[in-house]
Design a binder for this molecule. Structure first.
Ligand SMILES: C[S@@+](CC[C@H](N)C(=O)[O-])C[C@H]1O[C@@H](n2cnc3c(N)ncnc32)[C@H](O)[C@@H]1O
Length: 265
């Protein structure tokens, strides 16, 4: 493949793109016309996420459609997929819910590795729901506030609740890079005053939807992990923090067969 146009590389680098050469090559490959390319470079220089410009992101080796305003799935979230797959790998027709699904990347990645999965994805933001409906071809997508979106026949049946809900403290949104701050809907970022508002609500409602011994997996951050785990424990779940190279998660198991108070780290 020819080297990307150095003028485009320079423009992207001047705008702060760390991987300017790779981004320039991708934009050149994705643009259908020179006019397209000019427009895409301008959008990137103005701070729009690359994934929203080209319309897709790579996640767990898959191409996931990303629409304007919808949260771009992050590489660190792939650890949540790995944990979920390890839990369901030996189950027959496992039931997985991707709550706060955004593009639906988490659920799609899980179901692509365990095709017998009964997958449900849900989000409050209509733009995210529309985007998830393009990605989740092997499951159902629901719209609404957390558990209100889910069909009632899932109560007590869910093997894994996979959740990457917003967890940025409200005051810290202003400190985020412009890609996220200005181009991802605020509802995708804002976790309330301490960042844990959604985690508390997710934890409080989880036991009713999980089967006995079912697992809630929540992505969190290092500083917030103990707070997320405490919210799960307060809801009667056996919770522990799991630290991976790029990510921090809480794994919380509902009471019943197979649950244990001791958590592997
Ligand atoms: C941090 S993004 C994560 C998206 C996706 N899970 C991922 O990892 O790429 C959080 C998502 O939660 C959704 N959300 C925020 N509040 C919600 C609520 N009360 N009920 C359902 N979804 C909500 C947002 O619209 C957004 O899509």
């Amino acid at each position: 493949m020819a080297d990307p146009d150095p003028r485009i590389v320079d423009a992207l680098r001047a705008a702060g793109c760390v991987f300017a050469e790779e981004e320039a090559a991708l934009l050149e490959a994705e643009a259908r016309t020179l006019g397209d390319l000019r427009d895409m470079v301008e959008r990137r220089v103005a701070g729009e996420p690359l994934e929203q410009i080209v319309g897709w992101a790579e996640f767990c080796g898959l191409r996931v459609v990303v629409s304007p305003g919808v949260f771009v799935p992050r590489r660190r979230t792939e650890a949540l997929v790995d944990l979920a797959v390890a839990i369901i790998v030996d189950l027959d027709k496992p039931v997985v819910v991707d709550l706060c699904c955004g593009t639906g990347a988490i659920g799609v990645a899980i179901a692509s590795r365990e095709p017998s999965t009964e997958l449900h994805a849900a989000d409050l933001d209509p733009a995210a729901v529309a985007c998830a409906r393009r990605n989740v071809t092997m499951g159902q997508v629901h719209e609404g506030d957390l558990y209100d979106a889910l069909p009632r026949d899932l109560l007590g049946r869910v093997d894994v609740l996979a959740v990457n809900a917003p967890y940025v403290p409200t005051d810290e949104i202003a400190l985020m890079p412009t890609d996220a701050r200005d181009h991802e809907h605020r509802v995708a970022l804002d976790g309330g005053a301490d960042g844990l508002a959604l985690h508390r609500r997710v934890a409080a409602g989880a036991a009713a939807w999980l089967r006995p011994g079912g697992t809630l997996l929540i992505e969190t951050s290092r500083p917030q992990a103990e707070g997320t785990a405490a919210a799960c424990a307060a809801a009667g779940l056996a919770a522990g923090v799991v630290v991976r190279e790029m990510s921090t998660l809480v794994r919380a198991i509902s009471a019943g067969s197979g649950s244990s108070g001791t958590m592997a780290r």
